[in-house]
Design a protein around this ligand. Structure first.
Ligand SMILES: NC(=O)c1ccc[n+]([C@@H]2O[C@H](COP(=O)([O-])OP(=O)(O)OC[C@H]3O[C@@H](n4cnc5c(N)ncnc54)[C@H](OP(=O)(O)O)[C@@H]3O)[C@@H](O)[C@H]2O)c1
Length: 248
């Protein structure tokens, strides 16, 4: 699918920043890349990219703040004018690696706020803008949809795959994200908006750590390939960076 406009959260570093870089460098790059981050003033990598790519717009977003989400919708809609949004990637996330002895109510709730509730509320807020895109475009190129939401999850959210236990924060909040994504996929199917759940693999970022298996450039290149090849029959599925279906 040609991504005419893209909004990505957590875009100032790690996987989010790499998505921005690679989408901007595509031969058919999006007309608009909206890179949302908590602190645009300090987003030096994004600002440097903005000097080369006029289609990059840096936006403020604290994903847990209702007003911040509302302001983002207003700002993105104003830039898009009559156009809709083609792709929303809910990428911002946290990992606290809470083991049984570390769990606190506050940290668990914060993880759910960031990893599950925020992507749901951001998706909800952008549905009208995505719908505009799904209604506008002349054809769907055989993909069966014209707008999409991609939620970045993790293999460790798979209940089937969990044989080592622990990591209560991430496993549970991302499993909730998977269920939210599945519901979104059912609710948004009539409007021809695809919803996909992607596991980036174990990636060398601040979150993944230096011992991770994959370079961020490799993970993101593979995920972009998966995104570009998604068809409506894949909506609501849990896929890895190579497009392989993962068990719930
Ligand atoms: N790296 C891996 O191995 C791995 C594996 C599986 C899944 N994932 C998932 O991939 C996604 C990206 O991870 P990453 O490895 O790139 O992590 P990262 O380098 O730690 O980056 C996390 C991003 O999320 C943003 N963020 C966190 N809380 C936020 C909030 N409340 N409001 C706005 N932005 C917020 C951070 O912004 P600040 O800079 O402002 O903190 C940062 O941009 C996450 O959803 C993660 O769960 C990663």
């Amino acid at each position: 699918m040609y991504v005419k406009s893209l909004l990505i959260t957590g875009a100032n570093r790690g996987i989010g920043l790499e998505f921005v870089k690679q989408f901007l460098k595509l031969p058919q790059s999006p007309q608009w890349v909206f890179a949302a981050c908590r602190n645009p003033e300090k987003a030096t990598d994004l600002k440097t990219l903005g000097e080369t790519y006029p289609n990059l717009r840096i936006k403020q977003l604290e994903v847990t703040d209702r007003e911040s989400i509302k302001d983002l919708v207003t700002s993105v809609t104003s830039d898009l004018g009559e156009e809709g949004l083609t792709l929303l990637i809910n990428n911002a996330g946290c990992l606290k690696r809470l083991q049984l002895n570390d769990v606190t109510q506050e940290e668990m709730l914060e993880s759910f706020q960031i990893n599950s509730v925020a992507p749901l509320c951001i998706s909800q807020a952008f549905v009208p803008v995505l719908k505009k895109s799904s209604l506008q475009s002349p054809g769907d190129g055989g993909y069966g949809y014209r707008a999409a939401i991609v939620n970045i999850s993790t293999l460790t959210a798979s209940i089937t795959d969990n044989v080592t236990g622990g990591n209560y924060d991430s496993r549970t909040s991302k499993a909730a994200l998977n269920m939210i994504s599945k519901s979104l996929s059912v609710d948004l199917k009539p409007g021809r908006i695809l919803v996909s759940i992607l596991d980036p693999g174990w990636v060398k970022t601040e979150l993944g750590g230096a011992g991770a298996k994959m370079e961020v450039s490799d993970s993101v290149a593979r995920m972009i390939k998966v995104i570009q090849g998604l068809t409506m029959d894949k909506t609501g599925t849990f896929l890895n960076y190579d497009g392989k279906t993962l068990p719930w």
